[in-house]
Ligand binder design. Sequence first.
Ligand code: GUN
Ligand code: FE
Length: 464
Amino acid sequence: MAGHVSNEIDLCGKVVRASYMHAPVRGDVDICRDALMEIGADGVIGSVLRPGDPGYEQTKQAASDAGRLMELPGNRFLLPGFVDLHVHAPQWPQLGKALDVPLEVWLQEYTFPLEARYSDTGFARAVYGDLVASLLAHGTTTALYFATVHQQATRILADTCLEKGQRGLIGKVVMDEPTQCPDYYRDPSTEMALQGTREFIDYVRSMPGNGTNLVQPVVTPRFVPSCTDEALAGLGEIARTCGCHVQTHCSESDWEHGYVLERTGMTDTAALSEFGLMGRHTVLAHSNFITEADMEMIAAAGAGIAHCPLSNIYFSNAVFPLRRALEKSLRIGLGTDISGGPSASMFDSCRQAIASSRLLEDGVDPSCQGGSRGVANSRIDFREAFHLATAGGADVLDLPVGRFAKGCLFDAILLDPEAEAAPIRIDDQIDTLDDQLQRIINGATRANIVDVWVSGKRTGLPPQ
Ligand code: GUN
Ligand code: FE
């Protein structure tokens, strides 16, 4: 009996015959045509077999006989779903806007007024529904989200991820420092900020239908400037006892890094560490200005970094020293930083991570002598960018996703390299499989993504 050609159904409990590309180890890619993946009823990958592996033919025949074989078109590729390590969900309505002012102006004049609107739960429901559907359509199967200070709207984001089947790690934002946060958008008190964090954690952990922890709560001090010392210490204590992830911004721009130095006498990294917010579960967005000592502290804590190359162009005043941080064994993934970055696509984040690393390496001022214009050995390539956007981000979150391997959850996108509405035209005679992956990383758009699964369950793609 022939297998079904299908891209319309859940893959739980099925054996999928498909070609795939992934980058489980940084620097290496693994591309295979016509692999067989056994996916359990729980969405966990039971085995990955290549043509010629022992058991390949028998597994295929047995699955076919049982009507469990799903054959995906051979010219399409499964890729691991993207892990976006830094998204501000409430900023979705201003994507691409207000990128011409510095961070501190952007926050006060555009971002805080927008985020304040999420006291309106109807507004939150509409925006979050569109955001989660759009990110899934762009291939983002896991997102680490900042929400707003509001309890109800943040719960709506959690409900939305669960409903639409996106793996979402979500934080109620804490910002209680009156000198940095406007009266109209601030936690009413430190105690209420901490209580709100605890309540949101309890809410997510008892959500009906969230038994597999598809949605997880995250302790989320916005950044040191917007939080009082008491709030930071209180969140450190919550983080210690609840076992949640922690997310915040770290040493992002000249202004922000300087502000924290002046207020605390320490770098962001050292201050966060003092407050108990630096551990294996911590994800630091940006971290552009971290010192050598900071890198060592981050590495010792096992904390991760969300590198946000698109937003860094507009708000950070510098290029993150990605290669140096990788060489120090820091755990790193990529983030879009919607809406500090103007694109929802992790393909764009990959491209900008590569481009920024090249600019850092070569330097940018032609009036400087070639060879002494930049920072030698700073570049990354498309293979490393692909890894960071998938397995790298998954590893930062200690989630079993981001690669096709036994024991990992099947979070995947189906990519059609020949999609008419996208710019790539593959020529099998000329393009090796490695070339094809390079062309995909450098050129793919949402139009190339024809299907998306999280834990083996198909998520509905909105029309393009
Ligand atoms: N620092 C504090 N809040 C924000 C934010 O929303 N975006 C960015 N990029 N940096 C921040
Ligand atoms: Fe951010």
